[in-house]
Design a binder for this molecule. Structure first.
Ligand code: N01
Length: 530
């Protein structure tokens, strides 16, 4: 094969692409990674906004495929800050000498499959062409930035920053009036930092969000030692929970508890902090009245934290708690007690336009020197549909997914032979601790590639029926309970024109992992090898 022909091409050098590169090398297959950034790290390379931090605890948000790595690495804090996670990704790249097989600053534009040769031709934006027998999109679930459709956005005279495309050089806000548009996780993490630095901060809120305190702190050396001593046990325990997190989920009903018992259960979770808040009772995401009790508990906490009662009420979400991904905050609500911070509601009446001077809403111009767009991502499908991917008979993935995606196990699609997706739509992905889930997908894909190689197969493709059945199952699970009652990126509602379809798999990690294992045990059931 020539220099630009490989057995496997992987797109993306985040945690998924890096580990897959490591696994494919060990299969003795030639492999190349195409990465649009100038270094490894994926989401942690791009999301460098002030305060960016993981909402999963450090000791669980890490690779487990190499025991020496997990024993030797030291995380400085309970929840890791973006620079520490990026440092970890860079360390992994050094340790396994990954960079030599990665083309950086290479952004994939198109990927076309030729049926006769069973080869994918991948074209980058700089016209570099790479041929691959197998092609894996390891492009992440939250990686395609979503820009809001607001009139005049490009006319703003000062700098405009998207949280997901933050500059590498330090951005200085001191002496500046700043506007933030959006109040999702990215905004909730960055707002306290920007407020401390800027002369004035105006936050444009369309929908208030629920945030649970992180209670972040320096890593407790005793806890670190304890976890490292029993790492495999902790990792195995985490895989028995629906989210793949080592958190104890109470399956009981809130309606069997007294008001005092409920309060203590929520208070315990509040004091522990983080995403585990909803583990207090088993019916919080299926029963509206149960959910409302949890929501009111959090609203009361917001009322305690925000001094001005009117501002507190405006920050209190009224929608279902947990239907949007919970946010984990460090001092978010208290930020509104500062004199230099204003909250502007743009839910009932949207932002009218952006002008060179600032943001116009409610007939008033809010003059600012810098604009921060914290409007999230074209989640789960955006990174796949923004590339011109064409499978058999020139089938376009973007066209096929116009009314919503469908996949087999979030791993593969019929009509797109030899293409795999890591944590694609229809996999637990964003409803789980991403790193272990990524490892499971990568292991499955690498094993499948090994199988194809050892058996001399040229192609592997999801069968149409298997995909249809799996997708119907995903939709059935998605429609149970309260997950879809609120607009969220889980259902694509945050991107204008995107089909409203529940995107992840909600059957939990144990059921999903078991299904993937059964598929292999049954001779790769639902996949056709040729
Ligand atoms: O994006 P979001 P995000 N005018 O979509 C608002 C992960 N993450 O980047 O709710 C005004 O959640 C929009 O309003 P509304 C995490 O999984 C993880 O913050 O649609 N506002 C919303 O408030 C998270 O869930 C970490 O009404 C507009 C905001 O913009 C996911 O990424 C950290 C608007 C977008 O919130 C996405 O988070 C950060 C408009 N025209 C992110 N358009 C970790 O901790 C949109 N909005 C690991």
């Amino acid at each position: 094969m020539s220099a630009r022909e490989y057995d496997v091409v992987i797109v993306g050098a985040g945690f998924a692409g890096m580990y897959l590169l490591h696994r494919v090398r060990r299969l003795g297959m030639s492999v190349r990674v195409l990465e649009q950034g100038s270094d490894v790290g994926g989401t942690w390379y791009w999301n460098r906004y002030p305060g960016a931090r993981c909402d999963v605890e450090s000791m669980q948000y890490s690779y487990q495929f190499d025991d020496d790595l997990q024993q030797e690495w030291h995380w400085p804090e309970r929840y890791s800050a973006q620079p520490d996670i990026l440092k970890y990704a860079q360390h992994v790249a050094d340790r396994f000498d990954l960079r030599k097989d990665i083309d950086f600053e290479m952004r994939l534009a198109s990927a076309h499959f030729d049926e006769e040769s069973a080869i994918w031709t991948l074209k980058a934006e700089d016209d570099t062409v790479t041929m691959a027998r197998f092609f894996v999109m390891a492009t992440g679930c939250l990686s395609a930035p979503n820009w809001p459709k607001i009139e005049g956005l490009k006319s703003f005279a000062g700098p405009t920053y998207h949280t997901a495309l933050w500059p590498h050089e330090k951005v200085v806000f001191s002496g500046k009036r700043v506007a933030v548009i959006g109040t999702g996780s990215s905004a909730i993490q960055s707002i306290p930092h920007i407020a401390r630095e800027a002369t004035h901060l105006t936050v444009f809120q369309r929908t208030p969000n629920y945030a649970i305190p992180a209670h972040n702190r320096e890593m407790d050396p005793e806890l670190e030692k304890e976890i490292k001593t029993h790492y495999p046990t902790m990792r195995a325990r985490a895989k028995t929970t629906s989210g793949g997190l080592d958190v104890v989920y109470n399956q009981g009903s809130i309606h069997d508890a007294t008001p005092d018992e409920r309060n203590s259960a929520f208070e315990r979770n509040w004091q522990r902090g983080g995403l585990g808040f909803m583990s207090a009772y088993g019916d919080l995401m299926v029963d509206q009245s149960a959910n409302e009790i949890a929501a009111e508990f959090v609203r009361n906490k917001i009322r305690e934290r925000v001094k001005d009662p009117q501002t507190a009420e405006r920050l209190c979400p009224r929608n279902v708690i947990g239907a949007k991904r919970l946010c984990v905050d460090i001092g978010y609500y208290e930020t509104y007690n500062r004199d230099n911070v204003d909250l502007v509601d743009v839910g009932a009446a949207p932002i009218e336009k952006i002008t060179p001077e600032g943001v116009r809403a409610h007939g008033r111009l809010y003059e600012v020197d810098a604009l921060i767009i914290a409007t999230g991502f074209d989640a789960m499908t955006g990174a796949l549909t923004r590339v011109d991917i064409r499978g058999r008979d020139d089938a376009s993935l973007a066209e096929r997914w116009k009314d919503g995606p469908s996949t087999y196990l979030g791993l593969a699609m019929h009509e797109f032979p030899n293409l795999f997706t890591v944590t694609g739509p229809g996999s637990p992905s964003v409803f789980s601790n991403m790193l272990p889930t990524i490892e499971q997908h990568v292991d499955w894909i690498a094993d499948c590639l090994g199988h194809a190689k050892s058996q001399g197969f040229k192609t592997v493709e999801a069968e149409a029926n298997a995909e249809q059945d799996w997708w119907a199952h995903c939709q059935e699970l998605g429609n149970i309970g309260l997950k879809t009652v609120t607009d969220s990126w889980y259902v694509g509602a945050n991107v204008s024109g995107k089909a409203r379809v529940f995107l992840p798999y909600f059957g939990g990690i144990p059921a999903y992992f078991k299904k993937c294992e059964e598929v292999v045990e049954n001779g790769y059931e639902g996949f056709a090898f040729r």
